[in-house]
Design a protein around this ligand. Sequence first.
Ligand code: MRU
Length: 309
Amino acid sequence: MKTMLWKDNQLLLIDQTKLPDEITYFTCKNYQDVIYAIKTMVVRGAPAIGVAAAFGMTLAELAGEDLQKAADEIKAARPTAVNLFWAVDRVLKSDNALDEALKMYDEDIETNKSIGKHGAAVIGDGDTILTHCNAGALACVDYGTALGVIRAAFHEGKKIKVICDETRPFCQGAKLSVFEMQQEKIPVKLIVDSAAGRMMQEGKVNKVVIGADRVAKGGVANKIGSLMVALAAKRFNVPFYVAAPKSTFDFENSIYDTEIEERNPKEVLYFRECRVAPEGTDVENPSFDIVPSDLITGIITEEGILKPF
Ligand code: MRU
């Protein structure tokens, strides 16, 4: 199942806010619809945001809109993932937005399969792999990065198990990663985020594989909670891998220059529309962590496994 489809000059996105209960599509008829979908997490995950943004640029071009204005507005939808900026700039430099977006759509799947192939080499038969957030097919066009590594190892016949952190507050792990693993019949267990350290302390985790929104000098940015997982992995000698395509790399800036998205306090105050803290509670809700390079064993890319820089 692809996360998005281009059909009749419209972009159809699986509405990830409705998963895992309903598989429905959100239709983008103009680039403003794409911005809305990115902001509200109808589509999320760095590579998926990038390709959706490329189709947003296509919708702007087809409507004869000012492409620079559309590009600036699309780039402002979410601040952290490099792929959004990379994709919009790539379309801006191209001769034809639709051709470029369709090329990026196909490339995403091929890239993820290569990441999977390289990453599967570090996964042992019988390993239990812990992952955080959703760096799966749903975070890309298909196949996934971190979950692509898991898929590839499983399809090679390795008897692996997966542990998904629930990933509060948005619960991408519980809602999306568990769903993807169940669809493929890959053995999966859900834990609360704060149980990750205990699982490692008990020797129940052989590898950690997560995705990234940005890879830059000094480390990677990924979903909030990634830093605590990395710290626990270091303490308990569990190899910690990041799976990411080159389109997520920023070679110009330090990772500490990354703008960390601050999301709506309601995500923390409410759980499935039920308030869990007193009225008037002050909240800080950073959506991403910085994981420093010294906590990372390797970065699995489509070109092979790199040392963090
Ligand atoms: O806020 P999200 O759901 O867009 O965050 C997603 C992540 O943090 C993923 O791990 C990252 O984008 C990599 S997706 C292949």
